[in-house]
Design a protein around this ligand. Structure first.
Ligand SMILES: Nc1ncnc2c1ncn2[C@@H]1O[C@H](COP(=O)(O)OP(=O)(O)OP(=O)(O)O)[C@@H](O)[C@H]1O
Ligand SMILES: [Mg+2]
Length: 275
């Protein structure tokens, strides 16, 4: 299997406090010695409580942030030693979608313009070819062509996340870091958006680094799971193994905390499981 992302012993700390002279006096150890791999066409979930370091790992994987020490290889290249130009080129192959789709889209831009933007930045498509591509992308995520002339505030959360996905897909990425992509959506809509992501993965062999605190969704969606706590990996392995035979007390606690589902949530999960 082709390894798309390889993270080796990464460490990251942030300055938490500075003294009166502006010198760092306290640090947050956000990520401590974390290693994992993500294979082509597969999904690895990163789970754990708030502040565990999940988003920091996601940002480092795309070189939006640099670790203090450790190595990260993306598509076989060491991204920490890359030139700024190579990093820019990387943006078309590896991208991110966020929890709040409203904040990730420019409120003053028509949706069609938002989806066209990465095409302008990273591809040679212009004029009618670019417009055709925008239409194709919007249709692929389940929106209508006439909706490209609307502004973000005219859409629901689920539709906005579809638009954010269309935008992410524009450059045909091989890796998408999904940081809590459905956490802000109604449960019934969560399953639809995850189904779309799963279909796209099957079609295009996209790899997902799927950051989530919702273990019930992770069980359905991810092939592999890495459980994190306070910057460290607690355990890591194939999803079935982690869920059926957790080795660590912390993982057992997380699993036992999966809420008893209400009927609408159960229906949404069934819809997802049936695909
Ligand atoms: N830019 C930053 N400056 C200072 N501290 C930061 C920064 N980014 C993250 N941290 C700290 O690093 C730790 C890990 O943060 P991170 O956002 O990665 O956690 P998370 O697992 O994504 O949490 P959540 O589930 O709440 O999103 C936290 O203690 C956070 O306060
Ligand atoms: Mg986070």
């Amino acid at each position: 299997m082709t390894v798309v992302l390889e993270v080796d012993n990464i460490v990251k700390s942030f300055v938490k406090k500075r003294n009166v002279f502006g010198i760092a006096s306290e640090h947050t150890h956000a990520v401590k010695d974390v290693s994992f791999t993500l294979e082509k066409g597969r999904t690895r979930a990163i789970v754990g409580e708030s502040g565990a370091g999940k988003s920091t790992i996601g940002r480092m994987a795309l070189r939006l942030e640099k670790p203090d020490t450790g190595a990260i290889r993306l598509f076989g290249d060491d991204i920490l030693k890359m030139s700024a130009k190579s990093v820019r080129q990387l943006r078309s192959r590896a991208t991110m979608i966020f929890q709040d789709p409203f904040n990730s889209l420019d409120p003053r831009m028509l949706v069609g313009q938002s989806v066209a933007e990465p095409l302008t930045l990273h591809t040679g498509l212009r004029g009618r070819d670019r417009e055709n591509k925008v239409v194709e992308l919007l249709e692929r995520v389940g929106l209508r062509v006439d909706q490209m002339d609307k502004y973000p505030h005219e859409f629901s959360g689920g539709q906005l996340q579809r638009i954010a996905i269309a935008r992410a897909l524009a450059t045909d990425p091989e890796l998408i870091v999904c940081d809590e992509p459905v956490a802000a959506l109604d449960v019934s809509i969560q399953a639809q958006v995850l189904n779309l992501l799963q279909d796209l993965q099957a079609e295009r062999e996209i790899s997902y680094l799927f950051i989530s605190h919702d273990l019930a969704l992770v069980k359905m969606f991810a092939h592999d799971v890495t459980v994190m706590r306070r910057g460290e990996i607690v355990e890591s392995g194939p999803t079935a193994q982690i869920f059926e035979d957790p080795q660590e007390a912390y993982t057992k606690d997380l699993l036992s905390a999966i809420p008893v589902m209400n009927p609408s949530k159960r229906a949404a999960r069934r819809a997802l499981a049936a695909t």
